[in-house]
Design a protein around this ligand. Structure first.
Ligand code: CTP
Length: 408
């Protein structure tokens, strides 16, 4: 049963169990709220030692319960009503103990009882020590849960609070919120065609050498991943890079700007949103040699003159024929960031420009974080704080969502 009074973006019941990753829960609640979900929290007894129910109550505006037999709280909304209220149950962090109890169908406390009683889809975000995670008992429990349709996000590999390295970190709140959005129907992104370009292009000089740039593709891949998580149909046109294709994304690999242009034009017709985050080489060698240029073929001590010719501006090209599509450009600037971005936005006639200050060491090329300005045609500038590229992607898609409402 789903509550008849569900808001458009649904009810999310967040069940918190007792692990150190519970410190990320307030941020998770914030992100779920920002995505328009109504959130309520329940906690295991152990979880209350890692995150305060009062904090969660303040953030959600609803009691954050941990007791099964609290007469006052049960009077307000019973544990069965809570189980029925949920459109999705997110268990984050999910400890090895709670996964075992879920797999075994135990119902000895509020969280496990609600999990047994609910008919809503359940997403678990495991977080634990790497050896506990790899233990056959945990893996078997997870398998049993998966067989019953429970969805699993993470854990991620990295440095763990217990001092070990390996899988066990709870997934990023942005990733969890995105997955919940997808389970609830994806914010209206279902069926929306999103075309993303990412990475640098490589313009051959000869059979082994090329002109290229330092773009890693991370920002574009994060945008493609987030759009897919929200249910969009994503085509990612990627320059040469070693990143993994995000789940649910159709990837088209290209090398040169001309190949990127052709791939973009091919997918542009069927897209509703185009985000051009690639660092396209502005120039290419005029006459690339099919064979390796040998030094012995040059006069002794002579330099090599390269003639470069301009590449087409892919973004300007699609902007000119965008119809009712939303077109977003990027700008890599090393100085006068905002003024240069405003000029670029006007020149390329896009609906939004994401400006990067590449002079910062914690933002721009090949970093995991980014600090950007969102520049609108009206001259408005929104400065985002330093965020992970996944979070920048989520903020950007939130913004595009609003633009789609206006532009379409
Ligand atoms: N872009 C493009 N085709 C090009 C060059 C850039 O589509 N030949 C797109 C990029 O994908 C990005 C935006 O245009 O969305 C701005 O890219 P950027 O490199 O910052 O600007 P340029 O146009 O190259 O201008 P400049 O190098 O003078 O800053």
């Amino acid at each position: 049963m789903t509550s008849a009074a569900s808001p458009p973006n649904g009810h999310v019941l967040l069940a918190v169990s007792g692990g150190i990753a519970a410190y990320k829960v307030p941020e998770l609640v914030r992100q779920l709220g920002r995505a328009g979900h109504e959130v309520r929290c329940i906690l295991t007894e152990a979880a209350t030692r890692f995150v305060s129910p009062m904090v969660l109550q303040t953030l959600t505006g609803a009691p954050a319960r941990s007791e099964l037999f609290d007469a006052g709280e049960e009077g307000e909304i019973s544990h069965i009503e809570l189980a029925d209220w949920a459109d999705v149950v997110l268990v984050a962090p999910a400890t090895a103990d709670l996964l075992a109890r879920m797999a075994g169908g135990l119902a000895g406390d509020l969280v496990s009882t609600v999990l047994l009683a609910t008919r809503a889809p359940v997403l678990v975000a495991p977080a634990m020590n790497v050896n506990m995670w790899r233990h056959p008992a945990t893996q078997r429990n997870l398998e049993r849960l998966r067989e019953r349709g429970v969805q699993v996000e993470g854990p991620e590999a990295g440095e763990l609070a217990c001092g070990w390295e390996g899988e066990g970190r709870m997934s990023d709140p942005t990733a969890l919120a995105g997955r919940v959005g997808l389970m609830l129907g994806g914010h209206g992104w279902r069926g929306v065609g999103v075309l993303v370009t990412a990475g640098g292009t490589r313009e051959p000089i000869d059979a082994v050498r090329a002109v290229t740039n330092r773009s890693s593709g991370k920002m574009g891949f994060a945008i493609a991943a987030e759009a897919a998580r929200r249910g969009a149909e994503v085509v990612l046109v990627a320059g040469p890079c070693s990143l993994e294709t995000p789940p649910g994304v159709r990837r088209v690999d290209v090398e040169t700007a001309l190949e990127m242009e052709a791939a973009v034009h091919e997918s542009f017709e069927s897209c509703h949103v185009a985000v051009m985050s690639a660092a396209v080489a502005d120039f290419r060698p005029a006459t690339p040699s099919e064979r390796k240029i040998k030094k012995e073929d040059l006069a002794p001590g002579a330099g090599l003159r390269l003639e470069l010719v301009p590449n087409p501006d892919i973004l300007a090209g699609i902007s000119a024929r965008r119809g009712d599509r939303v077109v977003v450009g990027f700008a890599a600037e090393s100085h006068d960031v905002i003024e240069a971005a405003k000029r670029k936005l006007a020149r390329k006639a896009c609906d939004l420009l994401v400006a990067n200050d590449i002079s910062r060491s914690d933002a721009g090329f090949d970093t995991d974080t980014n600090a950007v300005f969102l520049v609108s045609p009206g001259g408005q500038v929104e400065e985002l704080p330093l965020l992970s590229k996944a979070e920048v992607a989520a903020r950007l898609l939130d913004r595009i969502e609003k633009l789609r409402g206006v532009v379409r």
